[in-house]
Design a binder for this molecule. Structure first.
Ligand SMILES: [Mg+2]
Length: 225
């Protein structure tokens, strides 16, 4: 069927679920000690963010930041620092987003592609701004995506009302059955279905197994979409 718009999840759908855990987090953990030890040479933005931790001793400061990461504490200063360090990593080319080639092709084939992820809109734009190319370079796909939504713009991904909000924003509230939402998470698909969207379950290496998989239309790749 021809969809008028696609709404795509990111992790486990257009790129491996392990990207954040196995690439972004280790990158940050590797950079923190170097940045803290050489704090005097850092940009004002980084010095300002780090000064908010209010810890002068460099070893104690490093330990504090890494402890927050290890305990997965949603600390706003930590989030700011991570966002900044990842942005630098993307722009230096040290981090590239491993978007699946068939997901790149899917995005390019459709005119109205939107992203809905629990990662911030800012992080989503960075990711699609630095997509790994087959020749080792990175490509900017921001121009090929019509809009980005996150839990701040639209609500939790397991709530039907979030998908209703997105339908309104993309002016598809009258024809939700022409909008396809792809995700690896069945709870998100159930919520989108309640809002009237058509749903597709992404089956990719590393994704959590779905017990009631037969209840969904599943896709191992997106070549038919
Ligand atoms: Mg996902």
């Amino acid at each position: 069927m021809n969809y008028s718009a696609l709404v795509l999840d990111i992790e486990g759908t257009v790129c491996p679920i392990s990207f954040v855990k196995d690439a972004l987090f280790p990158y940050f953990v590797e950079k923190v000690p170097v940045i803290v030890q050489n704090i005097e040479q850092q940009s004002k933005v980084i010095r300002d963010i780090i000064s908010q931790f209010n810890i002068d001793d460099k070893d104690a400061l490093t330990k504090h930041i890494l402890d927050l990461v290890a305990a997965d504490i949603k600390d706003p200063i930590l989030k700011q620092l991570q966002g900044y360090i990842w942005a630098e990593g993307y722009s230096s080319g040290e981090i590239k987003a491993p978007v699946y080639p068939d997901a790149v092709a899917l995005i390019r084939r459709h005119d109205n592609v939107y992203i809905y992820s629990s990662g911030s809109v800012k992080a989503q734009k960075l990711l699609f701004g630095h997509v790994a190319d087959s020749d080792g370079k990175s490509i900017n796909m921001n121009g090929e995506i019509k809009g980005y939504f996150d839990i701040n713009t639209s609500g939790a991904k397991v709530d039907a009302s979030s998908y209703t909000n997105i339908l309104k924003d993309i002016k598809m509230e009258k024809t939700p059955e022409k909008v396809l939402f792809l995700s690896d998470n069945p709870k998100e698909l159930d919520a989108a279905k309640k809002a009237g969207l058509i749903t597709g379950l992404a089956i990719r290496d590393g994704n959590a197994p779905v017990p009631n998989i037969d209840e969904y239309i599943s896709y191992k790749d997106y070549s038919t979409l």
